[in-house]
Write a new protein. Sequence first.
Length: 202
Amino acid sequence: MKALVTAQFSDEALQKLRELLDDEVIYESWRETKLMHFDPEILIKKINDLGVEILICEGDNVKKKVLENTNLKIIGSIRGDPNNVDIKIATSKKIPILYGPNRNTLAVAELTLASILALAKKLHTVERTVHSKEFRVNEFSDYVTFYNKFMGFEITGKTVGIVGLGRIGFQVAKFLVPFNVKFLVFDPYVSPQRLTAINGES
């Protein structure tokens, strides 16, 4: 089956897809074309003109009108939640939807950890001050002033509150475990096993 890929793919992934399908794979990453298909008419025309039966996308709106006016057989939604696809209509037409529940889990958890550390160490304050006209060290007293202003704190041994211990919250907690922090968790649906895994309290 011929495929259209508008999501970002590596060269290796594209090659594997071509080998798997043994057919043409048209690659038009939205990050390169700077286009995302929100207009159903444009997406319908593109799919039909290319004669593709597989669409792998990230943000293109694959809703009722698109599903009812194309010959799609498989849809890949490169998202943690395939909310860009009308699941009900696709199911009624027996079109499987493939998606990636953990796609951004590590990336978001890493960004969260980076933000925690940056705030604790006042990196934003340091960066802005050092690049401003305010930053002048002529006397030792100036050094002390900035030393005090830039003083952060260690997160080791601190208490960290987490609202929602789902995929991302749990991954953030796992990243923080080596810092020997105490976890206070608010999540009415959290399993005892997850709390135990991070030695957390709810």
